[in-house]
Design a protein around this ligand. Structure first.
Ligand code: UD1
Length: 344
């Protein structure tokens, strides 16, 4: 068994896929989650996939004493992957203080406790949202950080800065910030995937729920953007490929291969797809016809963004490998499985 890794938010969407890949790579995983946006059943499903039950504690990262006790209980944690955060852009506009408290307080607690317990590494879930609408595409890590469009986006920018400031102050911490583009899809087993609460805000869960008949129609938010077909462009990345990026980031920290104490990588495919293109690939890949309509623009949406992932390709030796057809089929299979299980 390799080193012990703490995964905060490990029962969530990206967290659960990452736990599977960490276990597949031989790591000993401890999960904490406050279950505010996920379910403890995920632990059973992870075990079903990997054959190994990860340690799990229901714990909020804002609970400093609880976190302190956790590091003592699971002595020898070498690194943390910090997913736990609130992530709904719209909600963050309505409840900014909830977002600032949760997303910033959690990281501060972790960074304070890591040196005390000899935890040397952190991989942080950042987002392409830090770039806003980039001046040049594809966007590289050198692109300027634009003023955040939402409190959620601001927490990602502030958290990146908190990590840099902490390291600059001399804290014995090595960090990798992964800026995710748009993660989609589900594990090929269809045992783990994205389970949104209520009406999904993100494109793919809304799309698959429409395809299966839970929603009547998918609204395409805008067809008058300055893009070839008028709909917004994003870099959609398969969640399992994204999960694997975390494993290589952890390896890099533990093997002391970093070129700086804080490194930043774009995690995307390098390919931009419009909403309409994505819908058509979904229809072709699954043979399911989708009911959609063109609707008005959604406030706060960025017109187009996709990654230049060359730095991650070269430095991490990581590349997004899965085709969009397979990715969308996995999302569809997950939706079918949810129905079979009577969940959605
Ligand atoms: C946003 C955030 C991202 C965050 C993610 C998680 C920004 C720029 N991006 O991604 O940082 O991690 O949410 O919540 O803040 N769309 C439709 N119809 C729908 C839903 C979406 O047409 O019903 C379109 C959107 O206009 C967009 C694309 O689909 O062009 C993707 O939307 P979504 O899945 O919500 O992700 P982002 O807004 O890109």
């Amino acid at each position: 068994m390799k080193e012990k890794i703490l995964v905060t938010g490990g029962t969530g969407y990206i967290g659960s896929h990452t736990v599977i890949e960490l276990q597949n790579a031989g790591y000993d995983v401890v999960i904490i989650d406050n279950l505010s946006n996920s379910n403890a059943d995920v632990i059973d499903n992870i075990e079903q996939v990997t054959g190994i039950r990860p340690a799990f504690e229901k714990l909020d990262c804002l609970d400093y004493e609880g976190m302190d006790a956790l590091f003592t209980k699971y002595k020898g944690i070498k690194a943390v992957i910090h997913f736990a955060a609130s992530k709904a852009v719209g909600e963050s506009v309505q409840k900014p203080l909830l977002y600032y408290r949760n997303n910033i307080g959690s990281l501060v607690n972790l960074l304070e406790l890591m040196p005390k317990h000899g935890v040397e590494g952190i991989v942080f879930s950042s987002s392409c949202t830090v770039y806003g609408q980039p001046d040049e595409l594809p966007v590289t890590e050198k692109a300027p950080i634009k003023k955040a469009e939402s409190p959620y986006g601001n927490t990602k920018q502030i958290n990146e800065q908190i990590i840099r400031d902490t390291v600059t102050s001399g804290a014995p911490i090595n960090a990798i910030l992964l800026r995710y583009f748009n993660p989609i899809g589900a594990h090929p087993s269809a045992l783990v995937g994205e389970l949104p609460n209520g009406v999904p805000q993100n494109l793919i869960p809304f799309l698959t729920q429409t395809a299966i008949g839970i929603r009547e129609k998918l609204s395409v938010f805008g067809n008058d953007y300055n893009t070839p077909d008028g709909s917004c462009i994003r870099d959609y990345i398969y969640v399992v490929d994204l999960a694997k990026a975390h494993v290589v980031a952890i390896n890099r920290i533990l093997e002391k291969k970093q070129k700086a104490q804080v490194e930043v990588f774009n995690i995307g495919t390098g390919r931009g797809l419009s909403v309409l293109e994505l819908i058509h690939i979904f229809e072709t890949a699954t043979g399911v016809k989708l009911n959609y309509q063109i609707a008005g623009r959604r406030a706060g949406d960025i017109e187009q963004v996709w990654a230049n992932p060359e730095l991650a390709n070269k430095e991490l030796g990581w590349k997004a490998e899965t085709s969009m057809e397979d990715t969308l089929r996995s999302a569809w299979n997950w939706q079918l499985k949810l129905r079979e299980r009577g969940i959605q």
